[in-house]
Design a protein around this ligand. Structure first.
Ligand SMILES: Cc1ncc(COP(=O)(O)O)c(C=O)c1O
Length: 421
């Protein structure tokens, strides 16, 4: 813990908290009935999706930018972000009257781009460049070096880590003395939030177990731990855009390697299922990164029984156009949606036989793509089937075999599968 005092201390987080009092919302800490019953424990959701910029990112951004010298502010600032830090920076630019250049990946959801524009107004110019956050970061950092503008890092800066750590101050205050949490589940991108929470907890919530949750397709902090230092992941899945980072921050890594929050990964499909439950049951609009914490509870079900558990819903900037993909990924994750390439004999009645004898009464065809080839015996068709229960799958493939159909299951890691999705 001593090594950390030169980087981020609990005092820095308390100071950040005081600085942020009039700027950030003290978001609700809501008891959640559904998850409490399901896991036989006391689950609370820390609703950072209700923050002014719909994520906790304003905390770090304002804490950093409000401490810049006047020459650093006058130079203008630059940031690179997957879209949420950008909103925190844009709002802070407007509040402090600073000019900012905000770099985001080209595939940033439109909703996030629009919100950055709305918060920053004339103070902010937006550049969309790069396929992933890390590509964008490289260009923005270069621009900052060339122009002398001040770089506002999304996670690798003590002032950012201290700002994000204020989420834990609020949790401690909201639960009150004697009611400290046993677990706090926090999402991880570059590691700013989980390291800030870990520092605060090491001094003020000593018995709490911090769990950092990463998407399986971008687990850069786990990779850093295994490598004894940040390492760049070759390929990442950018679906959980808020947490799709190739390389964990040096400072978050240093903090985490000393304070050792437990790290866990969850699949993108499981995140989608949880995201839909939050929406349908509680009316919570979380973005994929915002649902990471809750998704991880399943892997801890034996350890959290009877405990007090806080899940940080870190953000709610979910572009509406993403919902069809979220629904699809969730159905696949639950084993309710399957794709096949079926070789239909090219004779009348072949499809009817499939419908009558292979498909179960509750199975539904959702995709059927077939091009008739006139001079071949068999013609392949792409068939998507939605089941009512995942246990219906075995019966379906057995009936397909029984009528002699030749078929291939389209595997989740094939290019064809990605084409369908
Ligand atoms: C909604 C949301 N959750 C979690 C994260 C992960 O952030 P960190 O870099 O602090 O680990 C981000 C990062 O942008 C985010 O936007």
């Amino acid at each position: 813990m001593d090594d950390l005092t030169s980087t981020v201390s609990a005092q820095d987080i308390n100071d950040a908290y005081a600085r942020l009092l009039t700027v950030v919302r003290r978001t609700e800490l809501q008891p959640n009935d559904r998850l409490s019953k399901l896991y036989e424990c006391e689950v609370y959701l820390k609703r950072e999706d209700l923050q002014s910029v719909r994520s906790y990112k304003i905390r770090g951004a304002y804490n950093l930018m409000s401490q810049l010298s006047s020459s650093e502010r006058d130079a203008g600032i630059v940031c690179a972000s997957a879209g949420n830090h950008a909103q925190g920076v844009a709002l802070t630019c407007a509040l402090l009257g600073v000019c900012g250049s905000v770099y985001m990946p080209q595939n940033t959801p439109r909703q996030k781009i629009d919100r950055v524009r709305a918060f920053g107004g004339d103070n902010v110019e937006i550049e969309l460049i790069g396929d992933t956050f890390d590509d964008t970061y490289a260009v923005a950092a270069q621009y900052s070096r060339e122009t002398g503008k001040t770089f506002v890092h999304p996670f690798d800066d003590p002032r950012i880590v201290a700002g994000q750590g204020t989420v834990a101050c609020e949790i401690a205050e909201q639960l009150g003395a004697g009611n400290e949490p046993d677990f706090i589940f926090a999402p991880v991108g570059g590691g700013g939030l989980v390291s800030g929470i870990s520092v605060f907890s090491a001094s003020a919530l000593k018995q709490v177990k911090i769990v950092g949750v990463e998407p399986a397709g971008a687990a850069c902090l786990q990779a850093a731990m295994a490598n004894h230092g940040p390492i760049t992941l070759e390929a990442i899945d950018t679906f959980v855009d808020g947490a799709a980072v190739r390389r964990a921050g040096e400072l978050p890594y240093n903090i985490c390697s000393q304070l050792l929050p437990e790290l866990v990964t969850v699949t993108e499909g499981a995140i989608c299922t949880e995201l839909i439950k939050l929406y349908q049951t509680e009316g919570v609009i979380a973005e994929p990164a915002g649902a990471l914490s809750v998704t991880a509870l399943a892997a801890f079900k034996d350890r959290i029984i009877g405990k007090r558990v806080v899940c940080i819903i870190s953000g709610g900037n979910n572009d509406i156009s993403r919902y069809p993909e979220i629904l699809e990924r969730s159905l696949i994750d639950q084993g309710l949606k399957h794709y096949f390439l079926i070789e239909f004999p090219q004779r009348p009645g072949a499809l009817r036989r499939y419908l009558d004898e292979a498909l179960g009464p509750d199975d539904d065809i959702t995709v059927f793509e077939y091009i008739k080839k006139s001079n071949r015996e068999y013609g392949p068709a792409l068939v998507g089937v939605e089941l009512t229960r995942n246990s219906d799958y075995l019966g379906l493939v057995e009936r397909m075999k029984a009528i002699g159909l030749r078929y291939e299951v389209i595997s989740r890691d094939s290019a064809l599968f990605r084409f369908v999705l």
